[in-house]
Design a protein around this ligand. Structure first.
Ligand code: UDX
Ligand code: UDX
Length: 440
């Protein structure tokens, strides 16, 4: 049993803390947000993540997991401290490291014994060395420590599974003993462990996310061409995916990627390259294609209605989060799309299974309705933004009957075009032509 402290109990920190506790360690989660910690002590999860509450409850009851706002308490006997605070985008696209710096300072001021400091947050290449400098500078007396990079690869909505069954664990440190100790923590996961230097580990994280974002923008570009030529991008992706060199994952065309990682990580990587005088063309194209998806969505609604102005039109949004099984609204395409529709004159209403409260703060003029059926009533157009499973099972006949016009734009390709036509919808997906037929 190892003693671990996790600083930051957000999407990444809380999963990390709960999963390490479940592996039999004694874990204390620290956050500067008192309300969050108070909630966690009383079993209230600050985020929606499938399976998280059960995992936290189980490990708190077993005495392996606790929470605090006090660095002194958290570091009392910890051997490892994971830094998992947020690293949002700064003004120029660079990662804002102020929270990482604050955490490193507090760790330095409160550490009471030898410590391995592990960076989980996604930080620019070189940050590990910088953190080591901050810690050394702020210690009251010199206590030995090491900094190891261990980037997270947790998808929201599937984060517990991703933690427990990782494709790989990346560890960056030139201190072999420290890297070995962190590797030991991960041994029960039975995954390949790559040990490299700090900067290379930090780069692996950026390169991985940028590559996945590139796959998404690639298939979205192919979707556009499919629309022009009358081919079906879902079949194209399936056909491509059987080639193991390509792989089937992250080839779903749609309204583009959002969330707390891809947008900021691609931007931050481009920024790092530019600071060195490079022009990272591919990364810029990836971002541009992704931004265009949001405009494409608004334009498609106009095309379906054969109108440029949406005055007097009501559009209903099915789903608001950037992906299913999360309540996270960060960088969700739905936000820009709703704003774009409103700017064109439309009245926008929405339904999301989990995130309506949060979304209402970002979209004050969008009316949130408690069921998809109430939401669809009187709409001219419905649009799918998020592939929530419950949307696959809707009574679409009932929905069609209460709509003003039977127009449906499926931004995530969750429905079958033939079936939708048979139900009497004028349906458009993304990149879904068929044998030369082009759906306009
Ligand atoms: C994480 C990573 O850290 C980020 O680098 C990665 O790219 C995406 O995921 P995330 O867990 O999503 O961030 O962040 P968030 O949900 O905002 O949680 C961060 C937590 O850290 C918050 O609860 C915040 O209160 C806490 N925090 C912040 C501290 O405890 N101390 C600080 O100094 C700042
Ligand atoms: C991502 C990384 O996958 C994960 O390893 C970690 O680094 C955190 O960031 P996350 O943002 O939670 O995870 O979700 P992910 O499943 O990667 O999806 C990101 C976005 O891409 C979503 O908006 C999703 O809808 C979109 N996406 C994904 C597509 O548009 N098409 C796809 O084929 C896959």
């Amino acid at each position: 049993m190892k003693k671990i402290c996790v600083v930051g109990t957000g999407y990444v920190g809380l999963i990390t803390a709960a999963c390490f506790a479940d592996l039999g360690n004694r874990v204390i989660g620290l956050d500067i947000n008192e309300k969050k910690i108070e909630g966690l002590k009383n079993g209230v999860m600050p985020i929606y993540e499938p399976g998280l509450k059960e995992l936290v409850d189980r490990n708190m009851n077993a005495g392996r997991l606790s929470f605090t706002t006090s660095y002194t308490e958290a570091l009392k006997d910890s051997q490892f401290v994971f830094i998992a605070v947020g690293t949002p985008s700064g003004v120029d696209g660079e990662a804002d490291l102020r929270y990482v710096a604050a955490a490193a300072r507090s760790v330095a001021q409160n550490m009471q014994g030898e410590l391995i400091i592990i960076n989980k947050s996604t930080v620019p290449v070189g940050t590990g060395d910088w953190v080591a400098g901050i810690v050394a500078e702020h210690q009251a007396e010199a206590i030995p420590f090491s900094v190891v990079s261990c980037p997270e690869f947790l998808r929201e909505g599937a984060a517990i599974g991703d933690f427990m069954n990782p494709h790989r664990v990346i560890l960056g440190s030139l201190d072999e003993e420290a890297a070995d100790k962190v590797a030991q923590l991960h041994l029960p996961l039975r995954a390949p462990i790559v040990v490299t230097d700090l900067r290379t580990a930090e780069m692996i994280k950026y390169a991985s996310n940028a590559f996945l974002a590139t796959k998404i923008s690639f298939i979205n570009e192919i979707a556009n061409i499919c629309e022009d030529l009358g081919a079906d991008v879902t079949e194209v992706a399936a056909g491509m995916g059987y080639d193991q060199r390509i792989g089937a994952q992250f080839l779903q065309a749609g309204i583009g990627y959002g969330g707390s990682c891809f947008p900021k990580d691609v931007k931050a990587l481009a920024h790092m390259a530019e600071e060195k005088g490079r022009h990272p063309q591919l990364l810029h194209s990836v971002m541009e294609i992704n931004d265009d998806r949001r405009e494409m969505a608004v334009q498609r609604v106009k095309d379906m209605l054969e109108k440029e102005s949406l005055e007097g039109i009501t559009v209903g949004l099915l789903g608001l989060t950037f992906k299913p099984n999360t309540d996270d609204m960060r960088e969700s395409p739905a936000v820009n799309i709703a704003q774009g529709l409103q700017a064109a004159g439309a009245t926008v209403r929405a339904y999301d299974p989990i995130a309506m409260e949060e979304a209402a703060q970002m979209l004050p003029n969008v009316k949130m309705l408690p069921t998809p059926y109430q939401m669809a009533e009187g709409c001219d157009v419905l649009m799918v933004n998020t592939a929530w499973n419950e949307f696959r099972q809707l009574d679409l006949r009932q929905i069609r009957d209460t709509m003003k016009q039977p127009l449906l734009f499926d931004g995530r390709n969750i429905y079958d075009p033939e079936k939708m036509a048979a139900l009497g919808f004028k349906y458009r997906g993304v990149g879904r032509g068929y044998n030369g037929r082009i759906e306009k």
